[in-house]
Ligand binder design. Structure first.
Ligand code: PLP
Length: 388
């Protein structure tokens, strides 16, 4: 088995698991209670909040625990728009966001709010000038992802935040693919809100956080108990929060080594690809998440390729998927306007620290065999006239 889909999720690290164990069984007190068994979980949550805040240059009181990236994004977007004076104003986002941003925006559009989508260039990068040029009434919120989950491109968040603030808008970034993988400082980014999810950096699933700059007014999404300063009700996922903090701390400590290693894995894979006769394109911007490799093969069906790799024990992702009648391209692949002969043959390979350069070569060797022995793809791929 070769697992090379770390943008989808990652394994729980041993450090995170060990940190979580006591809070799963022995130390089960409810952090909101007033007796001794409650004080320990309360303290450990506070400690996790400090760890996470310092990992992104925030203050502890600016970190709110959630159930993950989807909830953080929903809260940032709806919570801003539903709040007081911003009520009548809509949202500007980009056309390559994750559905955890696109769908809350679509929900707001159905409710009558203005929602506008910034275009991207063919490397999947938003031009800040489009924010100035295209939109008349200033939105309540500009929400643009820090790094794209399909092609890894990193967005000019600081520039976008400056423009958003000139308009009097708040700036949110979905940093789910970035936190733990590139250095992040919320002050340097200039954002008012930032979403993250633990399972993307070897933490547990179903837990994440939303950074909310001090002074920013948000409407809560969940109403109930007084947890998280009355902003996010519900008994805390103590073990999850502890595991997330341990995993993030571990990642931040290994950031440089991880970046160097993942770049090396990418280089091994690209080198092996160039030694084949396959016609392919590499997608995304030069500035990207280190472990992100999006490749489009000429004349190939990405979903079929992914399924055949799965049969050989290799887990990767695709940029196209079959519904009942036809193959549909992902909105990201559509947005970067890739030539159609390549677009349908897009796969995403996202290695992690446990993968090896040899595994990267094995993946290429299997891709080559699958494509070259396919009765129609083979002709399309004969002759490497378009290597890059
Ligand atoms: N945003 C991005 C960019 C993602 O890649 C993902 C997960 O794939 C999410 C949001 C959703 O995060 P979660 O799975 O924690 O809800």
């Amino acid at each position: 088995m070769i697992y090379a889909d770390h943008a989808a999720t990652t394994a729980l690290s041993s450090t995170a698991l060990e940190a979580m164990k006591p809070w799963l069984q022995d130390k089960y007190g409810n952090p909101s209670a007033l007796y001794r068994q409650a004080r320990e979980p309360r303290k450990v949550i506070d400690h996790a909040r400090e760890t996470i805040a310092s990992a992104i240059g925030a203050l502890p009181e600016e970190i709110f625990f959630t159930s993950g990236g989807t909830e953080s994004n929903n809260w940032a977007i709806k919570g801003t728009v539903f709040r007081g004076p911003e009520k009548s104003r809509g949202v500007v986002t980009s056309c390559i966001e994750h559905h955890a941003v696109l769908n809350p925006c679509e929900f707001l559009r159905r409710m009558g709010y203005a929602v506008n989508y910034l275009p991207v260039d063919n490397e999947g990068v938003v031009y800040p000038s489009t924010l100035v040029d295209d939109f008349g009434e200033p939105p309540a919120l500009v929400s643009v992802m820090l790094a794209n989950n399909e092609i890894g491109s990193i967005q000019p968040i600081k520039l976008l935040a400056d423009v958003a603030h000139d308009f009097g808008s708040l700036m949110h970034t979905d940093a789910v693919q970035a936190v733990g993988h590139i250095p992040i400082d919320v002050n340097q980014l200039g954002v008012d809100m930032l979403s993250a999810s633990a399972h993307k950096f070897n933490g547990p699933k179903g837990v994440g956080f939303l950074y909310v700059r001090k002074g920013v007014k948000l409407e809560p999404l969940l109403h109930g108990g007084a947890q998280e300063e009355h902003m996010r009700a519900g008994t805390e996922n103590v073990a999850g929060i502890v595991g997330m903090a341990a995993a993030l701390q571990e990642h931040i400590g290994n950031l440089d080594a991880e970046t160097i290693y993942l770049k090396r894995l990418r280089a091994s894979l690209v080198e092996a690809l160039k030694e084949t006769d396959l016609r392919f394109r590499l997608n995304g911007a030069e500035k990207r998440i280190p472990g992100s490799i999006s490749i489009s093969f000429y004349g190939v069906d990405g979903e079929v390729l992914m399924n055949r790799l799965d049969l050989k024990g290799i887990a990767v992702s695709t940029g196209s998927a079959c519904d009942s009648k036809r193959t549909v391209l992902s909105h990201v692949i559509q947005a970067i306007k890739m030539p159609v002969e390549y677009a349908y043959g897009t796969i995403r390979i996202t290695p992690g620290m446990e993968n090896t350069p040899e595994e990267m070569r094995q993946i290429v060797s299997q891709i080559n065999e699958i494509i070259m022995t396919h009765k129609t793809w083979r002709n399309d791929n004969a002759g490497n006239d378009d290597p890059n």
